[in-house]
Design a protein around this ligand. Structure first.
Ligand code: F6R
Length: 344
């Protein structure tokens, strides 16, 4: 193998997004209606790894679009410390490509017994997690073979977006453009391959963004670590300013995701500080911001900030793939990892 699975699955994403838009709408409407009838007061996400980053995106959607408080569960409080949180009136959303990790299944089982509304968002509709939840959403990504999740991630993002849209009753027509926009972005692979050569000898880097694309920064760092073995640490750009900024000095590599919109605007002061420190910045997203990076990748396709994470991660998946190959690593065989990870 030479990364063929991961490369094929990255390229499959426009088709996966189109499939979700075509096939998932009616079941999503039913599930959205069932949730609305119960009037949840709080949304709690349960997830691991890449799916945890999809859940982080979901948290921003719920807080901004639905005006509901949302948080991420700490599964060990239940599986290790045997806590029984009072979860009546809570919507618990578990996100998982495989639906198989015990520390996702147990919190959902406890939440359901405690009277919560439980929803599994998975790429495995027959999985134990999907069975444990009262409601289940199939993200329709199809079998994912590469250890590094790509298409299941963007499928989870879109499924969460559509679910929140159904609950909130606000329909954004921009979503229909996603498959074409994704295809255009993926088609610029040559530029990414050229960029990756710059980072061939990097040992560490920081990824950062503000708002919806904090999920992209987190997911890009994970993709880079598991496929290239460099140390990549993700920060919200606000958190970066609260201390970690001290590690940044001349030439320190920083990958910044700067979409058009409020999140990108909130990033600007941090960008100025990064410039002042002479950091080596790769800026992905907004056309103007990309121009200000040491290197930049402009994505003129980005229009709706809340949908942008479904697109901004695509060049970063390709970047991780190309950088792995540059460094002589097979991105399909990250050392010591398997497709399904079970934690307790
Ligand atoms: C990273 C990756 C893992 C999985 C994680 C969670 O590319 O694939 O981080 O996302 O093991 O697994 P699921 O989503 O199956 O619960």
């Amino acid at each position: 193998m030479n990364g063929e699975y991961m490369a094929a699955e990255i390229r499959e994403q426009p088709a996966v997004l189109a499939r979700i838009l075509r096939e998932a709408r009616s079941s999503m409407a039913e599930i959205g209606a069932a949730i609305k009838r119960r009037h949840p007061r709080f949304v709690l996400f349960v997830a691991r790894g890449t799916s945890d980053h999809a859940a982080l995106y979901g948290k921003y959607l719920v807080e901004i679009e639905l005006g509901l408080p949302a948080g991420m569960a700490s599964p060990s409080t239940m599986t290790v410390y045997d806590a029984h949180p009072r979860l009546r009136d809570v919507l618990v959303i578990a996100v998982s490509q495989s639906g198989s990790s015990p520390d996702l299944i147990e919190p959902v089982t406890r939440a359901r017994a405690a009277g919560a509304i439980t929803v599994a968002v998975t790429n495995a509709p027959g999985s134990p997690l999907a069975r444990a939840a009262e409601l289940s959403i199939d993200v329709l990504a199809g079998t994912e073979q590469a250890v590094a999740a790509t298409k299941s991630y963007t499928a989870e993002l879109l499924a969460l977006y559509l679910l929140v849209d159904e609950i909130g009753g606000r329909h954004n027509g921009e979503v229909e453009r996603l498959p074409d926009q994704a295809a255009t972005i993926i088609g610029r692979e040559g530029a990414i391959a050229a960029l990756a050569t710059r980072y061939r000898f990097a040992e560490q880097l920081v990824t950062t963004a503000r708002g919806y694309n904090y999920a992209t920064a987190q997911e890009a760092a994970l993709k880079l670590m598991e496929t290239t073995y460099l140390v990549a640490q993700a920060f919200s750009s606000a958190d970066l300013a609260h201390g970690p900024m001290a590690i940044i000095d001349h030439g320190f590599p920083v990958i910044a995701v700067v979409p058009p919109g409020a999140g990108g605007a909130a990033f600007r002061p941090v960008l100025e500080r990064l410039h002042a420190l002479s950091a080596d910045t790769l800026i992905i997203g907004d056309v103007e911001a990309a121009d200000q990076g040491t290197v930049g990748l402009a994505l003129p396709e980005l229009r709706s900030e809340s949908l942008s994470p479904i697109l901004t991660i695509l060049p970063l998946q390709q970047f991780a793939w190309h950088l792995a190959r540059e460094r002589g690593v097979d991105p399909d065989q990250p050392r010591g990892l398997q497709k399904e990870t079970h934690t307790w």
